[in-house]
Design a protein around this ligand. Structure first.
Ligand SMILES: [Zn+2]
Ligand SMILES: [Zn+2]
Length: 302
């Protein structure tokens, strides 16, 4: 593809002593380059995903690469035909990923597990006494994950510490390989696992996205697609012959990676819906939503 736009995904754990001031200058930079997306800034670093023209994205990358506070970012770059965000939102938060450890909080600059490059990860997955631990939310691993991974049923990242404490037996004495979309959550989560006393912990450098782009491993061992937090909703990972779809349409159970939001606005739930079912019964997560929606529409008209 030779498209005119780029989508950048990146993070950098750092020490930003004045996150508000950093955010103000960052906002100016992004406005000047007409970027759109979402950026979180905290004293522990920066986490962002933005879209823009190729030229402006290059200038943005150069600006961050030249700044001593943020240099050394491993950029994930996709080509696109246009913006994949409706606007730009830059927010200052307590953390760049919300683990909410409170008094036990730490900066991954000080504590994180060993990184494995894609090829090292592929080999480590095949070892005995290994557990793969998905560090993402349930709606993310629903459409794709590494084969055989432990999939914690947590709706958000902040629920993972409790999950770990409740499931120690599954992890104790094992070599733990943990992964997430782009690597940022694992920097923190793997540090948390070390703090909890697990000793043999590793993380996938650059996350699933980097693993899928790697020309040597080509996403081997990953099944389904990778959920992403923009209008694309998911991107392919496994480019080997073994690629398969692991998620199913909520209504008919046919293989599907097609996320939609329930058309009844008060519900608006995100769910998997195949094209046939959408054509047959509309964009509703369940029958009840459809009934209420049609009734309320009739009431407005009538
Ligand atoms: Zn269906
Ligand atoms: Zn619904």
């Amino acid at each position: 593809m030779n498209a005119p736009y780029e989508v950048l995904l990146y993070y950098k754990y750092a020490r930003l002593n004045d996150p508000q001031a950093y955010a103000a200058s960052h906002r100016k930079l992004c406005e000047g380059l007409e970027l759109r997306g979402r950026i979180l800034i905290a004293s522990e670093g920066i986490n962002g995903t933005v879209s823009g023209t190729k030229g402006n994205c290059a200038k943005y990358r150069a600006a961050l690469d030249e700044n001593p506070l943020t240099m050394g970012i491993a950029w994930k770059i996709d080509e696109e035909n246009g913006h994949v965000f409706p606007k730009m939102a830059i927010k200052v938060r307590e953390e760049v990923v919300t683990l909410e450890l409170g008094d036990e909080d730490f900066n991954p600059v000080d504590l994180t597990a060993t990184h494995l490059k894609p090829a090292e990860w592929r080999e480590a997955m095949k070892e005995d006494n290994v557990v793969l631990l998905d560090a993402r939310n349930d709606y993310e691993w629903e459409i794709g994950r590494f084969e055989g991974a432990i999939l914690p049923e947590v709706p958000s990242f902040r629920d993972l510490p409790k999950w770990v404490r409740d499931h120690r037996a599954e992890l104790e004495g094992k070599k733990i390989l943990t992964y997430c979309t782009g690597g940022i959550r694992c920097e923190k989560f793997s540090g948390f696992l070390l703090k909890e006393g697990f000793e043999d912990v590793y993380q996938l450098e650059g996350g699933i996205v980097t693993y899928g782009k790697d020309e040597e491993v080509k996403g081997e061992g990953y099944e389904g697609e990778c959920y992403v937090f923009d209008e694309r909703l998911s991107v392919p990972v496994n480019r080997t012959d073994g690629a398969k779809v692991v998620s199913r349409c909520r209504h008919c159970q046919a293989p599907s990676i097609r996320y939609r939001n329930c058309a009844w606005m008060p519900c608006n739930a995100q769910f998997l819906l195949c094209e046939d079912c959408e054509n047959a019964m509309g964009r509703y997560c369940e029958k009840r939503c459809k009934e209420i929606d049609l009734m309320s529409r009739a009431a407005v008209v009538g």
